[in-house]
Design a protein around this ligand. Structure first.
Ligand code: FAD
Length: 402
């Protein structure tokens, strides 16, 4: 099944693993991609989750030749209206402040995965093993990988391994010991809201006493609601019947999306921050949520991972892999990317820690921040840049456009 003498074995074909394979498609790099999921998973993905892609991600996806197919499924976010329930002050972050067409693009994860996957089937430099769970990875000049494939045990050796296994820990932790973790003791509750308001391009971020509500327009009269909140509040919401959940969210949201008619697909995701200070070790590298799992408050995890993938691809394409240069390349990759990762970890972590809670000082701080943001265009522009990832990756965009 797998070709001998491959250069890289990628474990995990989620958004990150698939995006990385797309970037390395039709190059000289021989790749094995292993995932637990069967092939049918990618053809009929049964998830309702949406994510927001930044403008930097759009540039990378354009370079990959995939933006046209993806954009059909996207909703533009022109402005974000930010407020806190029951306190004075609000502000609007506008795409026009940065002369941008949009602050971001909301896309269904299932469409993104489908497009990524279809674009790498039948590619010469890539072999995919579905229904295959990696059970151990033994570092060395040749990395030894054990996995079960269609219930049979198999072993392969690879010059290098990339973990894009998401937030799961076991395999990664046995090789990368130094991990920073924070349990926010919060969950993200996500659902689809159907209302009587159609086709808007304004998203809302609303701070409540129990957390942060994000309301992002989809097509027609449908919205993504994402509520990061504490355990008590999420238990309460999960126990509401459908009618009660409509009134509860209507009360929290006010008239932001008009009258709510239906709430669908309520899902709960525990929130934690996890990252590895060092995300490369000799010929092994971590990508995506395996390297850094962030609070979704600024919608940044996958956007950051895509920039990581693009940078690593750039290094790989510029080197001759026959010379066994991967360990040095991974070292350079780490040196180049660590600052942006640290900045984004700090940014999302302080935002998540600041906005939860009811204290008077916090409320006043937030209220004052809104006023200050409203008066200060430079501050708004800087916040937009953080949200877009522009601050971190201007050089990457200009390099990839050259
Ligand atoms: C509520 C919520 C909202 C979000 N919103 C945004 C947003 O707006 N913008 C944004 O940029 N990000 C957002 N994110 C984050 C984004 O969804 C993740 O960063 C992204 O999905 C991670 O992709 P990944 O490929 O790294 O990991 P995963 O999607 O978890 O994929 C990991 C893959 O590895 C496979 N795997 C695991 N272990 C093994 C093994 N032992 N053997 C073989 N295969 C294995 C799994 O089967 C899976 O396919 C959000 C996250 C949440 C929870």
């Amino acid at each position: 099944m797998f070709k001998e003498n491959n250069n890289i074995t990628i474990i995990g074909a989620g958004l990150t693993g698939l995006a990385f394979c797309n970037l390395l498609k039709n190059t000289d790099v021989k790749i094995n991609l292993i995932d637990i999921n069967p092939k049918s998973f990618y053809e009929n993905l049964n998830i309702d989750r949406h994510i927001v892609l930044s403008n930097t991600s759009r540039v990378i996806l354009e370079k990959m030749g995939l933006w046209q197919a993806i954009s059909i499924h996207c909703n533009k976010l022109k402005d974000i209206h930010i407020s806190k329930k029951n306190i004075f002050g609000s502000t609007i972050v506008k795409s026009s402040d940065e002369n941008l067409e949009s602050l971001g693009y909301q896309v269904p994860v299932k469409e993104l995965v489908k497009i990524f996957y279809q674009n790498i089937t039948n590619v010469d430099n890539l072999e995919i093993a579905h229904n295959a769970e990696v059970t151990s990875v033994e570092p060395g000049e040749k990395v030894k990988i054990a996995f079960t494939h269609d219930s049979r045990s198999k072993n392969i050796e690879s010059c290098s391994v990339i973990f894009s296994t998401g937030a799961t820990d076991e395999l990664v932790d046995s090789i990368f010991f130094e991990k920073v973790q924070k349990d926010y003791k919060q969950n993200a509750i996500t659902c689809e809201v159907i209302s009587d308001q159609h086709n808007t391009e304004v998203a809302f971020e609303r701070f409540t006493n129990e957390g942060i509500l994000g309301l992002i327009p989809r097509k027609e009269n449908s919205w993504t609601l994402i509520y990061s909140t504490n355990q008590k509040e999420s238990d309460y919401i999960n126990n509401l019947d459908n009618l009660d959940s409509i009134s509860y969210f209507q009360e929290l949201l006010g008239n932001k999306c008009g009258n709510i008619q239906e709430i669908k697909n309520i899902k709960t995701y525990p929130l934690k921050l996890k990252y590895h200070k060092s995300f490369t070790k000799d010929n092994i590298c971590l990508l995506g949520d395996a390297a850094h799992t962030l609070h979704p408050i600024a919608a940044q995890s996958f956007n950051l991972s895509l920039r990581d993938c693009a940078y690593l691809t750039k290094l790989i394409k510029s080197e001759n892999l026959e010379k066994n240069s991967l360990p040095q390349m991974y070292k350079n990759y780490h040196l180049k990317r660590i600052d942006e990762v640290n900045r984004l970890v700090k940014f999302t972590d302080s935002l998540a820690s600041l906005v939860h809670g009811t204290s008077f000082i916090k409320n006043n701080l937030i209220s004052m921040s809104f006023l200050f943001m409203d008066m200060n265009k430079n501050l708004r522009v800087n916040i937009i840049r953080y949200l877009l990832g522009v601050n971190f990756s201007k050089s990457l965009i200009s390099n990839s456009e050259e």
